[in-house]
Write a protein that binds this ligand. Structure first.
Ligand code: SAH
Ligand code: SF4
Length: 339
């Protein structure tokens, strides 16, 4: 039985060929899957009843199940999905003020090996990579369940996308070609895997690269992210400058703000210095308390102070709105509760 979600038009044509149907049928099926997001073959109403019956013998739309669904007061929807092998990942749909903008936050791995000290996903270690089909299934599940078309995708769910780069790139290709989501509406977030950042610099990708920097210096960063030992900030900076030089694209710097740890005036000064010659925007992420650790949310005042200090350096700074706080929408939290 072929699972249709994740197949390219060419791959669908192979199935329709085997059923002696025209290429036009393949195009129709492709659009039912990616643009109209049907849940089963019977909904493909412009295919003849006879063809649908034949087709159902060899193909099915999906093999992924929604295990948990939570809807937040602010419209954010969080899903825990289950793949056929029983492994689960989270995927989140965020709606911003502008209702036309629907952003899916997808996972790239089950668990994560990077083990950042503030992250609920990292705590559970690495289980396995997701295939590109399993990645795009997350967006299809959202579309099927809501009847809406996702317009933006961010790789900010579970996992380190650059440690599963082949599948992530292939998923991005499908987002482009099959979902018709433009490359500029795709963002890959990484903890800073330098060799892969260098590889992306050679790739003609129009998407946004977001770097989870989270610290203004080596000492603070290694407290938060043990990957700082392997890929330290001075090396990371070289890779970021190379990326900008090769692609001309502006990087997004993500900075998790944690009370009294990295939200001080001194931290802001050091961060400005570190970033002064890197073409970037900065996204401040107020820490979202997860399980047992000592980190705390920064106060509203310290967020604003930090933001304005960075802005004085001429950078564009945004503060990530808290989405779905009432439904455990931070990275790794839902899977943690269910397991
Ligand atoms: N592994 C990649 C992408 C997934 S994490 C990365 O680390 O960039 C996506 C973002 O969520 C990262 O910026 C991460 O630092 C952030 N994050 C993780 N736990 C968080 C928490 N408890 N509160 C706020 N942001 C968190
Ligand atoms: Fe992995 Fe990202 Fe979580 Fe770090 S923040 S443990 S890299 S998912």
């Amino acid at each position: 039985m072929e699972v249709l979600s994740g197949l390219t038009l060419k791959e669908i044509e192979k199935i329709t060929d085997s059923l002696h149907a025209s290429k036009f049928r393949a195009r129709q099926i492709h659009n039912w899957i990616y643009l109209k997001s049907v849940s089963n073959i019977d909904e493909m109403t412009d295919l003849s009843l006879k063809f649908r019956e034949e087709f159902k013998k060899v193909a099915t739309v999906t093999d992924v199940k929604i295990k948990v669904k939570q809807v937040s007061n602010d419209g954010t929807i969080k899903y825990l999905l289950e793949y056929p092998d029983g492994e689960c990942v989270e995927t989140v749909l965020m709606r911003f003020d502008n209702r036309a903008n629907l952003t899916a936050c997808v996972s790239s791995q089950v668990g994560c090996a990077v083990n950042c000290s503030f992250c609920a996903t990292g705590k559970r270690g690495f289980i396995r990579n997701l295939t590109y089909k399993e990645i795009i299934e997350q967006v299809l599940t959202i579309q099927r369940d809501t009847g809406l078309k996702v317009t933006n995708v961010v790789f900010m769910g579970q996992g380190e996308p650059l440690l599963n780069l082949d599948n992530v790139l292939k998923a991005m290709e499908l987002f482009n070609d099959s979902f018709q989501i433009g490359a500029r509406r795709l963002t890959v977030s990484t903890s800073g895997i330098i060799p892969q950042i260098n590889a992306l610099a050679e790739n003609d990708m129009q998407s946004t690269l977001a770097i989870s920097l989270h610290a203004p210096n080596h000492e603070i960063r290694r407290k938060l992210m043990q990957i700082e030992d392997k890929y330290p900030m001075p090396e990371l900076k070289k890779a970021l400058k190379n990326y900008v030089a090769k692609t001309g694209r502006r990087i997004t710097i993500e900075y998790l703000l944690i009370k009294d740890l990295n939200d001080t005036i001194e931290s802001a000064r050091q961060l400005v210095e570190y970033l002064h010659d890197i073409k970037c925007n900065i996204n401040l992420i107020p820490y979202n308390p997860t399980e047992k650790n000592d980190y705390q949310k920064p106060s509203g005042n310290s967020i604003m102070r930090f933001k304005s200090l960075l802005e004085q350096s001429g950078k564009k700074v945004t503060v990530r709105l808290e989405r779905g706080a009432d439904i455990d929408a931070a990275c790794g939290q839902l899977r943690g509760k269910v397991n």
